[in-house]
Design a protein around this ligand. Structure first.
Ligand SMILES: [Zn+2]
Ligand SMILES: [Zn+2]
Length: 471
């Protein structure tokens, strides 16, 4: 079981471009530097902007022969240099004006977001800058990491950690936990060879609040208390649970399970008629939004049984709701259970060690984008919750993530030979800035939200949310 509080320990895993990151693809020079040399196309030399301006000022101050001009400015070797200079200086003028426009717009968006206590990350600054650049047709502009670094330095913006919760065990506990983890690993590793890798599974539940917020944000330096807005309505106390299963071969199994919180533990007839289901999940509910023993049995029938086409090994944690050994008795196949010892799940449960974190990064991206860009979506209702997790499940099932899931098993100690590298959610889906949405190009001038893990197309939030890349 992966609880919300534990999730706070994982703030380091968020995609944060820290200020140490140096990137020299600075394609736009923000500040006119009088000592900066520019290589001018069509000339054999480099010139400062100042020099070029002096030449043009002289040329424009009267009618001079080229000889006179050259006598005064010896580095102007040919008549055509003058027209090249003029082109460059004019363009430079518009470039710096456009740069200022982009910077002002980005800073305005940043200030508004912080005044409203919304979390901001580097990627948001870059996106806002690109939005503005597109709008004013500033084609050569690239909101590179260096550009962001520069913007942050100039405006004293730093990255801060908002919440830090660490759970501590004392040393003796720690030793006991380590040895039961080691024993379990030895036991399971002795059995792995008996099974097909497609039929060695890990399943677990992960709890979510209806509101989900980022634990790190960009903030003004010197601001002593960094806070982000937490929706104070009832929704924060409500929760729901998903149950997911992955295989040692690196697959995400389908369907997965969603347990919503409903008073009385049942859906009213109206509600169940209108539940959204794109087909990759099984939806149920309980009073608390947590799984019950009955629901675990239901999960077994609906989610486990269909994929156990041969004898299988299933790793799950020691949660009491699933401690009954007769819970998963199917007719044709044997499902051997490996029960992960208490308190060892952060160390040796593949879903906790790597996979759920990736899932939560995805959730966070969605909630942050909607909050930050004030998009008109209510992410707290049942169907939105279902939609979000179905979209995430579908993306994470893409073959490109198979290696990442194998890594989760490797890091937990069940695979001894793993050859990297692999790509995680941030690298596959969210490392996009410049491209535009591929759907309805003319209507989608807004920033890209995601690159699809299957087709690699880039989509705006609306088109992703509407399921245009549900593969
Ligand atoms: Zn779009
Ligand atoms: Zn796609």
């Amino acid at each position: 079981m992966d609880s919300f509080a534990i999730d706070f320990q994982d703030t380091e895993t968020l995609d944060f471009v820290d200020s140490e990151v140096v990137d020299d693809d600075l394609s736009v020079n923000l500040y006119d530097d009088e000592f900066q040399l520019y290589q001018i196309e069509g000339t054999r030399d480099s010139f400062t902007l100042e020099y070029m301006k002096d030449v043009l000022a002289f040329v424009d101050s009267g009618t001079y022969s080229f000889n006179t001009i050259q006598h005064r400015f010896r580095r102007v070797r040919h008549q055509r240099y003058i027209s090249r200079f003029r082109e460059y200086v004019n363009q430079q003028g518009t470039t710096s004006v456009k740069c200022k426009e982009v910077t002002n717009y980005t800073m305005q968006k940043f200030k508004n977001a912080r005044e409203n206590l919304l979390p901001v990350h580097d990627i948001d600054l870059r996106r806002w800058a690109m939005d503005k650049a597109r709008e004013i047709q500033f084609i050569n502009f690239n909101a590179s990491r260096a550009w962001v670094l520069n913007l942050k330095n100039e405006n004293k913006i730093v990255s801060r950690k908002i919440t830090h919760v660490v759970t501590r065990h004392n040393e003796r506990d720690q030793q006991a936990i380590m040895s039961s983890a080691t024993n379990f690993l030895n036991e399971i590793n002795g059995k792995i060879a008996n099974y097909n890798k497609d039929y060695i599974f890990n399943t677990d539940q992960s709890g979510f609040k209806y509101t989900f917020y980022s634990t790190r944000t960009l903030s003004n330096a010197g601001e002593s208390n960094t806070s982000v807005l937490v929706d104070s309505t009832n929704a924060t106390t409500h929760s729901f649970t998903i149950q997911v299963m992955i295989s040692l071969s690196g697959k995400v199994m389908e369907p997965f399970y969603i347990c919503l919180q409903e008073s009385g533990g049942t859906f009213g007839p109206r509600v169940s008629q209108n539940l959204f289901n794109p087909g990759n999940c099984v939806i149920n509910c309980s009073n608390s939004g947590k799984m019950t023993k009955q629901l675990v049995r239901h999960w077994g029938e609906q989610c486990l049984k269909p994929v156990c086409e041969e004898n299988s090994l299933l790793l799950l944690d020691s949660w009491t709701g699933q401690s009954d050994n007769n819970l998963f008795n199917f007719d044709n196949v044997v499902v051997e259970i490996g029960r992960i010892p208490p308190k060892t799940t952060p160390l040796i449960q593949p879903l906790d060690v790597y996979f759920f974190r990736q899932w939560k990064i995805f959730v966070r991206k969605i909630y942050d984008r909607v909050a930050l860009d004030k998009l008109d979506y209510d992410l707290k209702n049942r169907n939105s919750v279902i939609r979000i997790h179905c979209l995430i499940h579908n993306q994470l099932k893409a073959p490109v993530f198979q290696k990442m899931i194998q890594y989760a098993w490797f890091k937990s100690g069940y695979i001894s030979d793993f050859e990297g590298p692999f790509q995680n959610v941030n690298e596959v889906c969210f490392d996009v800035i410049a491209e535009s949405c591929v759907i309805d190009l003319s209507q989608c001038t807004k920033g890209v939200f995601i690159r699809c893990a299957y087709c690699r197309n880039t989509l705006c939030f609306k088109h992703f949310y509407n399921g245009r890349c549900f593969h």
